[in-house]
Structure formats: structure tokens, C-alpha cells
Design a protein around this ligand. Sequence first.
Ligand code: FAD
Length: 434
Amino acid sequence: MAEERFDVVVVGAGPAGTAAAYTAAKGGLKVALIERGEFPGAKNVFGGVLYRKQLEDLIPDFWKEAPLERAIVEQRLWILGEDSAVTFGHRNYKYKEPPNCWTGLRVKFDQWFASKAEQAGAIPIYETVVTELLRENGRVVGVRTDREDGDLRANIVIIADGVNSLLGKSLGIHREWQPDQVSLAVKEIIALPRQTIQDRFNLDDNEGCTIELIGQTCGMAGLGFLYTNQETLSIGVGVMVSDLRKKRIKPYDVLEGIKRHPMIHRLIQGGEVKEYSAHLIPEGGFDSIPPLAGDGWMICGDAAQMVNAVHREGTNLAITSGRLAGETAIAAHAKGDFSAGALEDYSKAVRASFIYKDLKKYRGVHGLLASGDSEMLFEKLPQALNNAAYEMLLVDGVPKKEKQKIAFRHVRDAAGGNLNLLRLFLKGWRAMNG
Ligand SMILES: Cc1cc2nc3c(=O)[nH]c(=O)nc-3n(C[C@H](O)[C@H](O)[C@H](O)COP(=O)(O)OP(=O)(O)OC[C@H]3O[C@@H](n4cnc5c(N)ncnc54)[C@H](O)[C@@H]3O)c2cc1C
């Protein structure tokens, strides 16, 4: 591959990179989209739920052709006790027209999305690893790849290389993520007949349901999930790496425990595990967002820690940040200015968007999870809530006033007393309302 010149080189064909490449190519720029996988999505992992709004901003009516699984009509939250659950949820058929979100499989979705960027004019360069950024006089001027003579020069490099972001690290804009800034997630895809899935989750054709799971993560900060696809279920759990290290528990063992839970087991039983995968999730939140632009470069998606773990949103933040980077690249080319000053418009656009505002709202969550209260938040309190619910609903002749006291005692004791419960409540409130 001889050294070639592009307006924009995008590194990584996940949702962030593809959105950037699509936008910039549609705006008439000469764009290269580089991906190390055999094809986009080949090795990418997510839960996963894809949201309409942010992709629709790029490709109107995309859902009429995109390979999506089921339109989500119901989202449930299960707080797990050892063999029980306190459940919340919302089902609403308004989520079908227009759809709010879908389940999806990255191996299909990423390929389709990248094909749209190619149709818009982006040049795909797959099975190619970007090994370093090319720099001259302090500014980024292109990338070096693992191909022979594989240097590509560009006015702007958009870095969308995901959570590990070796390129971000090479720029010195962030360190190696700390163990309390990332979760390790494991996921299985379990095949079941379509009708069995629909019967077990009370769904019609193409309707989908998601279940988020709190508890039964061996006292570690983490969440599980169970999502319905057309003919498979996606089940997984993500646990903070610092807790995994402390407890010396393998995430796969946590997932096996969740699969054995009586509420989960009956939903997945008889299914055949088709795929197993593992991936990191950025969890550092607002305070770990690095500088987003400099001379000749911008960074987006997971590489910039743009994940809202509270709402399990990441793809939509990735797509929006990619679009904003693409739009900034178009404006920079119109001005012929690729300096940090010109590309700072991208940071400003991110700051004005829901990405920044949502991450700011939950900025305290990282501190809450890293504060050493994992055991209480993810084991003792979920179990206590289940015990309290059991007590309240058990008709055994004990007067209700007495029952109420017993139920409250379960929760208070799990928190370590009234003061601790109040402290936790205030901490939680502040964390969720930064
Ligand atoms: C288990 C799990 C469940 C999740 N569930 C959800 C969910 O339900 N909904 C949701 O919205 N989000 C979810 N997320 C988060 C979501 O997957 C990410 O936020 C999103 O994929 C980020 O997109 P991205 O393009 O920034 O990064 P990625 O999707 O990671 O893409 C980065 C791409 O860059 C490529 N790459 C990396 N380095 C190089 C290199 N040097 N050269 C060339 N190519 C390179 C990679 O191969 C990859 O294709 C989940 C994540 C996990 C792990």
C-alpha cells in the first residue's frame, strides 16, 4: 500500500468510527475507514440494545433496512435475591411506532452500518491495524498501519478505536484505565426457537423484551442482562475489574451463577449456547473523559469513555460523537484549518449535546461504585429487599404494622444501621444527580 493522502482517516469501524466516516464522506470528503477486524463487527461485543434517535439523525428510516432483531416493547429491572426477585418494568406498545430501540447483534449491524459509510464514499480498509499516529511538529498528520508501506496521511485523524484506545494513550490524553474505570463483561448467545422465546417473554413476532439484573454478582459492582433476539437470547454480566481482582472471581463463574438463578433458568432452559465473548466497558464516566481534540485529531465513542452505564447506553453516544466529529471535519475542510483551535468545535458540540449532559448528571456514580460499598449495594441490599418483600407479602397472621417493622429492619440491618442507610441514600442521590 503506497502512502496515500486523505482528508480524513477514521480508525475503528464500530458505531463511533462508522458514524464519523459516513458523515464526513457524505459531506464530500475523501475518507478512509480502517478496521483491524476481518470485517466491521467481526469481533465486536455488546449487550445489546440499539437506539433509534441518534442513528435516525444520520440515516432516516434506517430501521426499514437495517438488520435488527426485536423492537423493545418492555424493559424490566430485576433485583435478585438468592432464589427470588423484586421486579420492576414497563411495557408500552407506543414503543413500536416509531420504535424506541431494538436488540441487535454487532456482527450483522456493524457490517450493515459500515456498508452505508462505503456507499457514501468512505474507502474501507479492513484487516488492517493502525499501529501508531504519524506526527510532525506536534500535530497528527496520518497513521501508520501494519501493512507494508502502510502509511496514510490525512488532514484529520478521527480516533474511534474503542475502550482500550492505544492511540489515545499514545497521545498522552489518558492513562491506562484504572481497574475501577472499566468493567469486564462476559456474554453468551443462547439459541432457542422463536416461538419459545415469544411464549416465555409474552411477546408477539418482532416484539422484544430486556431484563437488567442487579444482585447475585458475588458482592461485586456489576449488572447482568438478558435480552431477546429473534431466535436467540443474549445473556451476560459486567463486573468492575477492581472488584474482580479483589475477590479473585472469574466473570464466567458469575454468569454461570446468574444462569442457575431459578428466575433466569426457566427463561433460558433448553437453549444451546452458540457464542461466548468477553469485552471491557468504560465505566469511568464524566470525570474520565479525556481532551477530545487537538492538532489534526479528534477522539470519540468508547475511546473517550462515552458510556452511560446507568442507562446501558453506549452505541448512541458513540454514534452521536462520531457524527459530531464528522461534521467538525467538514467545517474544518471548508476553512482549511485543521488546528486544535478549529477542531475544538467538536469538543464544544459534545459539550452542548446529551452526551456531556447525561454523563455529567451521573458523574458521582463512579465514585459511589469505587467507594468500597459494592458488597452492600450489590449483594446485601438486593437480598434485604427480597427478604422485606417476602415478609410483607407473606400472610401468616402477623399484624401488618409488625410486618412493616420487620421488613424495614431487613433493609436497615443490611445497610449497617439507620445512619448508614441515610448516608447511602444521600450518597446515591448525589451520585445520580450531579
Ligand atoms: C457486554 C456489553 C454490553 C453492552 N451493551 C450495550 C447496550 O445494550 N447498548 C448500548 O448502546 N451500548 C452497549 N454497550 C456499549 C457499546 O457496545 C459501546 O459503547 C460501543 O460499541 C462503542 O462504540 P465505539 O465505536 O466507540 O467502539 P467499538 O464498538 O469498540 O469499536 C472500536 C473498533 O475499533 C477497532 N480497532 C481498535 N483498535 C484498532 C486499531 N489499532 N486499528 C484498527 N482498528 C482498531 C475495533 O476492532 C472495533 O471494531 C455494551 C458493551 C459491552 C461490552
